[in-house]
Design a protein around this ligand. Structure first.
Ligand code: ZN
Length: 432
């Protein structure tokens, strides 16, 4: 957005140059709306379109672009363009309902449009609070204000990478964003341990890039992906079965689990489940039947899945702790809380509800959550058990045919992504 940095003292010639650049941009956007296959549209004589900027005809106007300066008000800007005090008063009053002119923030882009005549009167002031929205303050028919949203164009992009250091490294090296790293890790989070990736694991991903005025404003959804981990292929297909996009494997089984991946915002596992842990302090083996997550005091602790609070109390070893029964198979425990959430014993909780806060009550040396996991009444290693946890619902029957067609199309696209290190016999298309 370099061309938006021009300040007030712009000479007339420079201003004209900007107008042309912007109008080219405007025309390009319009063309993309018309159907390129429509032959009638192609033979029609060329019509000279008005030059549009924010939908405003600027063919007989001049344009100044800038960024709001510190302590600058809209009145400071408009007073040089023959907008009266009364109009500014009205603007202030009327704008409150749409987007108050008092909410203008330094360094945000604005565009001032004024008449190309001896009056040099502002016709429009356009403010951009973010890359998606803009507010038009118009002075053509009295004072009028409207808030608009730009059209977001979704472009499908692909990426393939081989793991040499980490997923983060592979994606960043190719110019991918941290958001894309997170999305890929999120999609396969239950199937693949991203802290245990192997050299030469590889991935392919098809994802949405959100474009506004020719510039990317960020990653959208992952559309499909393939991850080859220690020679085993994993697939993910983002499909909307009516409740928004969810991720499924090639059979239509959900990749998401009925459980949360971590009961606290993942910080660091400080001690894993270990039935034969040797404790120097005791000079003997003392089982650690939980998974410890080091986290700051007061970090919210979440119910790992839907269930009923069966214990909420205090013991000398566990400190403040909560136990939740999820079903006849699984029960979870959360130890050493500094304080409880609002859920009482006997109450029903939903996955993700805050049931307490990290502390160090009971036998705990530092702030952490000791997370306990029971399967059929036996304590087991949550991290090992994770991949075996029950899935969310699979693709519904009435979506099966559409989903199968989607998978077929995505497999073709995935196999078309170049990655010469990828073993073709394992890649998606070769399976068909
Ligand atoms: Zn523990």
């Amino acid at each position: 957005m370099n061309r938006r940095t021009l300040g007030f003292g712009a000479a007339g010639i420079v201003v004209v140059g900007i107008v042309l650049l912007l109008s080219l941009n405007g025309n390009r956007v319009e063309r993309s709306d018309s159907d390129p296959n429509d032959e009638l549209a192609q033979v029609e004589p060329e019509v000279i379109e008005p030059q549009l900027l924010f939908g405003i005809d600027i063919s007989d106007k001049k344009v100044v672009e800038g960024k709001i300066k510190r302590n600058q008000t809209i009145a400071d800007i408009l007073s040089s363009y023959n907008i009266s005090r009364q109009e500014i008063f009205e603007l202030d009053r009327k704008s409150k309902k749409v987007f108050s002119v008092r909410n203008l923030v330094p360094r945000k882009n604005y565009t001032l449009i004024y008449s190309d005549d001896s009056f040099k009167r502002a016709t429009h002031f356009v403010y951009e609070p973010n890359s998606l929205e803009y507010v038009i303050y118009s002075f053509v028919n009295g004072v009028e204000i409207s808030k608009e949203e730009r059209a977001v164009e979704i472009v499908e992009r692909t990426m393939a990478g081989r793991i040499t250091v980490s997923l983060d490294h592979s994606i960043r090296q190719q110019g991918g964003s941290a958001a894309l790293v997170n999305k890929v890790a999120e999609v396969f989070g239950w199937q693949i341990d991203f802290y245990g990736l192997q050299k030469n694991d590889w991935f392919k991903v098809i994802y949405e890039d959100r474009i506004v005025d020719g510039e990317s404003i960020g990653v959208g959804e992952v559309i499909s992906a393939e991850f080859n981990h220690i020679g085993s292929p994993y697939y993910a297909y983002g499909y909307d079965g009516g409740d928004g996009i969810d991720f499924y494997d090639e059979e239509g089984e959900s990749l998401q689990r009925a459980f949360l991946r971590w009961p606290v915002e993942f910080s660091r596992i400080s001690s894993r489940y270990n039935p034969r842990r040797y404790l120097k302090f005791y000079g003997r083996v003392k089982a650690h039947l939980g998974t410890d997550f080091a986290a700051g005091k007061g970090t919210p602790i979440k119910a790992a899945a839907d269930g009923i609070v069966v214990t909420r109390g205090f013991t000398r070893a566990n400190g403040n702790w909560v136990k939740i029964k999820h079903n006849s198979t699984y029960t979870t425990g959360y130890l050493h809380m500094s304080r409880f959430g609002k859920f009482k014993q006997g109450q029903r909780v939903r996955k993700g509800d805050v049931i307490g806060y990290v502390g160090k009550t009971g036998n705990a040396t530092g702030y952490h959550l000791c997370f306990r996991f029971w399967k059929h009444g036996q304590q087991v290693d949550y991290i090992k058990e994770k991949s075996r946890l029950p899935s969310e619902n699979p693709i519904e029957d009435n979506h099966r045919a559409r989903f199968a067609a989607f998978v077929e199309l995505q497999n073709k696209k995935l196999s078309d992504i170049q990655g010469d290190w990828a073993d073709r016999t394992l890649s998606a298309g070769a399976n068909q």
